[in-house]
Ligand binder design. Structure first.
Ligand SMILES: *Cc1c(COP(=O)(O)O)cnc(C)c1O
Length: 491
């Protein structure tokens, strides 16, 4: 159906008027910004008063009562809906009382970075489109690479998180070793029972679902046993398998244990096995002195996963994959021009586009939220916060050991403490299940649990930049109080 060309200008103009709501004027923007800022201020000022966890029987279903319609709604009404149905129910990861899983937090500086990235909407995926944005991201990646002790040949990519960073590492390892489909059933991946589940997911996603996954035994500190690893590799070689990939953890999610990276690296190297370190939780500790000591040997790896949305306190959606040799990440993802071949010079690496180092093309300008935070706060604030987390965990460990009936796991490698209460009679697992529920329902702090050697254990994971000594004291008080509460409930 062709419109009469003579009528087009009039029709087009009418449509143009209808689009005006998409571009508020300066006054309109200020009014919107004020409302949103007032909401953010209220949220941040009230953070410590909001429960860290809210079990809402409706589970946010109220959001569905306000369907998306043709007509605009006011920002006041929208913020009301957002607060009631999105912000209230469930977990509040921004809270200083979040001590469960691996806590996130969310730097204010990063929120400002996101705002600027979105308003200016720079195209960070392609160097030519925004050489400055691209250089900024490369700078952030190189800075992290240096912090973990990688040489100048290192490169990487800012990903959406640790899972995708691990996937990228596995894809890089697959192509670096030239694995072909005919070899997949013989290729062996070495993990341990505490390796994050996303690694096995990534192995499958990378097309290697048929590969052989072996679990290396762990010692009393839940760290991979290098002697057992060596024996497994030797046996596999004798049996005609292809030892291909070792994934060690620099801070497991369960217990925060750091595998013996140096010893593992020597065995991997001697056997031409790609050595990946999953440091999604722990690699950021390279920014502080105690952490650096703990992570010794991380620089001997071929690739490292980091998660600034954990250990650098950035909002969710920021991970990093680092590779020691830039060519290894470029190989799987290059799609054009030969100007960045394996022999590429460092000068050309400076102009690399993230689109050539990742499966993504158009994406969020992630570097801005990390760069702005590092620039605005300075690195020493981050180093101090991370050192503080390590010491808080040691303090909590010591205090927990003084509570009658509490049994702790090993001394924390980083900032996670595991423990349980052993009642004088009755089932310990059941008791601790009830204990964690009481702690969650109280809402002052949030902790999670895990199974270690079949035992139900509670975890205190300390990583939010907002968690300080006072909060840990509160957590310890709550634990004592809730133990008494469960004892009463049982009677
Ligand atoms: C959190 C975590 C992951 C997964 O990272 P996401 O950012 O959640 O995708 C992987 N490995 C470890 C050790 C983790 O702690």
């Amino acid at each position: 159906m062709k419109t009469d060309p003579g009528k087009l200008p009039e029709i087009i103009k009418a449509l143009e008027i209808k689009t005006m709501l998409l571009e508020p004027d300066s006054k309109g923007r200020k009014a919107l910004f004020e409302q949103v800022n007032a909401y953010a201020e209220n949220f941040l000022e009230g953070l410590d008063k909001r429960p860290v966890y809210c079990k809402d029987p409706k589970e946010g279903a109220g959001i569905l009562n306000d369907p998306i319609t043709d007509e605009p709604e006011t920002i006041e009404k929208i913020l009301e809906i957002f607060d009631a149905h999105v912000i209230t129910p469930g977990l509040n990861p921004a809270s200083p009382g979040h001590l469960g899983y691996i806590p996130g937090s969310g730097l204010y500086a990063s929120a400002l970075g996101d705002f600027l990235a979105a308003v200016t909407n720079r195209y960070a995926g392609i160097y030519a489109a925004s050489p400055g944005a691209s250089r900024m991201e490369t700078m952030v990646i190189k800075w992290f690479a240096k912090k973990v002790g990688y040489p100048d040949s290192a490169a990487g990519d800012l990903t959406s998180g640790g899972s995708i960073a691990n996937l990228s590492a596995i894809v890089a390892a697959r192509d670096a070793r030239g694995l072909k489909a005919k070899d997949f059933h013989r290729a062996v991946v070495y993990l341990c029972e505490h390796t994050h589940h996303c690694v096995e997911k990534a192995v499958k996603t990378a097309g290697l679902g048929e590969s052989v996954v072996r679990h290396v035994p762990v010692d009393a500190f839940f760290r991979m046993d290098p002697i057992a690893f060596k024996k497994m590799v030797e046996q596999d070689r004798r049996d005609g398998f292809l030892p291909w990939l070792l994934v060690a953890s620099a801070g497991t999610t369960d217990t925060g244990s750091v595998d013996p990276l140096e010893k593992l690296s020597h065995i991997a190297k001697a056997n031409d096995i790609w050595f990946h370190v999953d440091g999604a939780y722990g690699a950021s500790f390279a920014l502080c002195e105690s952490g650096q000591k703990r992570l010794k040997g991380i620089e001997l790896s071929d690739s490292i996963t980091m998660d600034p949305h954990k250990g650098l306190f950035a909002p969710f959606g920021t991970g990093i994959i680092l590779v020691k040799n830039a060519a290894d990440l470029h190989r799987p993802y290059q799609y054009e021009a030969n100007y960045l071949q394996d022999e590429k010079t460092l000068a050309s690496m400076e102009q690399v586009s993230s689109a050539e180092m990742s499966p993504e093309l158009t994406r969020h300008f992630r570097g801005m939220r990390v760069w702005l935070a590092l620039k605005l706060c300075g690195v020493s604030a981050f180093s101090a916060a991370l050192e503080e987390k390590i010491l808080l965990a040691q303090y909590a460990y010591d205090r927990l050991n003084r509570i009658d009936g509490i049994e702790t796991g090993p001394f924390p490698d980083l900032s996670i403490v595991i423990f349980r209460y052993v009642p004088q009679k009755g089932d310990a697992d059941q008791f601790n299940q009830m204990l964690i529920e009481e702690i969650m329902n109280d809402g002052t702090v949030y902790m999670s649990s895990t199974l270690i050697n079949g035992k139900f254990m509670l975890r205190m994971a300390i990583l939010s930049f907002r968690t300080h000594l006072e909060k840990i004291e509160q957590a310890l008080t709550i634990i004592g109080k809730m133990i008494a509460q469960v004892q009463k409930n049982i009677l």
